[in-house]
Write a protein that binds this ligand. Structure first.
Ligand SMILES: Nc1ncnc2c1ncn2[C@@H]1O[C@H](COP(=O)(O)OP(=O)(O)O)[C@@H](O)[C@H]1O
Ligand SMILES: [Mg+2]
Length: 353
């Protein structure tokens, strides 16, 4: 199993710098995900690691082998010993599941007994042993996704690269496959690098998350670190802290425009005069207006989501979103309310002057 080290990786397409001096280490064993919006360079990094794309500059080391250096490929894609699972999977409809999984091994002219053994163990790993002789048309979406995984595992790769592997599945299957991927990683000890634009997927799946934007890695860490201590306002927003308020230093305190001071927050922004305060809708509690000590607001819009009620609340001259458990008080539109956010749930960042 392989550790991956990427140093100062650059990949340009004409004038577009898709990957902009990115450095990171993927530890051996475990799942690392690249999380970021569409177009931020995730697929390009994966393709450079795979050898499907030649980097413009930088170094890529897989295990103990340098595979790409200074804009030149040293080890070609077929010699990198990795498995790849992409969003659009090509499965042959006229071949049985077992033959589909065996296909690449046949092309590589592996001995028959070895092919049979590898196919058997790959199908067992994804719990499809009983489906070996069926045809793709007889399988569900989730089972098909497992076939694609089995096909990658059959090569016995040192490293598995997955590009939005669950994006085509419906919500229920996606959750099931997340657990499957994690189970398989734990059972095999394989190193996996996955790409996703879905924060809950990244949080559930990963041992390490890299949050990306515009060809750069903004933050790298364990899911709980990234979730609880986002390093920048951009990362916080990307991890669901979609309420953004501006604040200013006044008399040694940080005051949110129109709402008042945030206790203790001034210490978090160094000498900055202006700051951004972010928080998640699920960290807002909404109380009747008579409850003292909160920010006064008025419900503009409410949406019943089943387990939660989502409110859009006019507060201090702007709009704040709150998501509260639906068994709490339900407020009608137009109601006057008091908002509270626990100090620990406020993310405060200095703003450049
Ligand atoms: N083959 C290519 N030719 C030109 N531009 C490309 C090519 N592949 C990717 N890009 C550009 O590089 C940037 C990053 O793309 P990509 O890595 O696919 O992002 P992501 O996977 O995060 O959505 C985008 O601006 C995209 O348009
Ligand atoms: Mg992509």
């Amino acid at each position: 199993m392989s550790r991956v080290e990427v140093s100062n990786l650059v990949k340009s397409f004409g004038s577009v710098r898709a990957v902009d001096e990115v450095s990171f280490v993927v530890p051996e064993g475990g799942i690392t995900t690249m999380l970021g919006p569409s177009g931020c360079g995730k697929t390009t990094i994966l393709r450079c690691i795979a050898g499907l794309e030649t980097a413009s500059a930088g170094d890529i080391v897989i295990g103990s082998r340098s595979v790409s250096s200074g804009g030149r490929d040293i080890v070609p894609v077929e010699a990198r010993n990795l498995g790849m699972v992409f969003q659009s999977y090509a499965i042959w409809p006229h071949m049985t599941i077992a033959r589909n999984v065996a296909y690449g091994l046949r092309v590589r002219r592996k001995p028959r007994e070895e092919i049979e053994r590898r196919v058997r163990s790959a199908l067992a790993l994804v719990r499809l042993s009983d489906y070996a002789e069926r045809y793709p048309g007889q399988l569900s979406g989730g089972q098909m996704q497992r076939v694609v995984l089995a096909r990658a595992f059959a090569y016995d790769p040192e490293l598995l690269l997955l590009d939005e592997p669950l994006a085509n599945l419906d919500a229920h299957l996606r959750e099931e496959m997340r657990q499957e991927l994690k189970r398989i990683q734990r059972e095999t000890g394989m190193t996996m690098i996955a790409v996703t634009h879905d924060q809950s997927e990244a949080l559930a799946l990963s041992d390490q998350i890299m949050v990306m934007s515009d060809g750069k890695v903004l933050q790298r860490g364990r899911p709980d670190e990234i979730f609880r201590r986002p390093g920048t306002a951009q990362v916080a927003r990307f991890l669901g802290a979609t309420n953004v308020l501006s604040a200013r230093r006044v008399d040694g305190q940080l005051k949110i425009d129109g709402l008042g001071a945030v206790p203790g927050a001034a210490d978090q922004v160094g000498a900055a005069i202006a700051a951004q305060v972010l928080f998640r809708p699920s960290d807002v509690s909404v109380r009747p207006a008579s409850v003292a000590g909160g920010w006064p607001g008025e419900i503009v819009f409410s949406q019943y989501l089943g387990r939660e009620v989502q409110y859009l609340i006019r507060c201090g001259g702007r709009e704040v979103t709150a998501e509260v458990p639906s068994q709490n008080d339900v407020f009608p539109e137009g109601a006057a309310v008091s908002l509270q956010v626990a100090p620990g749930a406020l993310f405060v960042y200095p703003e450049a002057a």
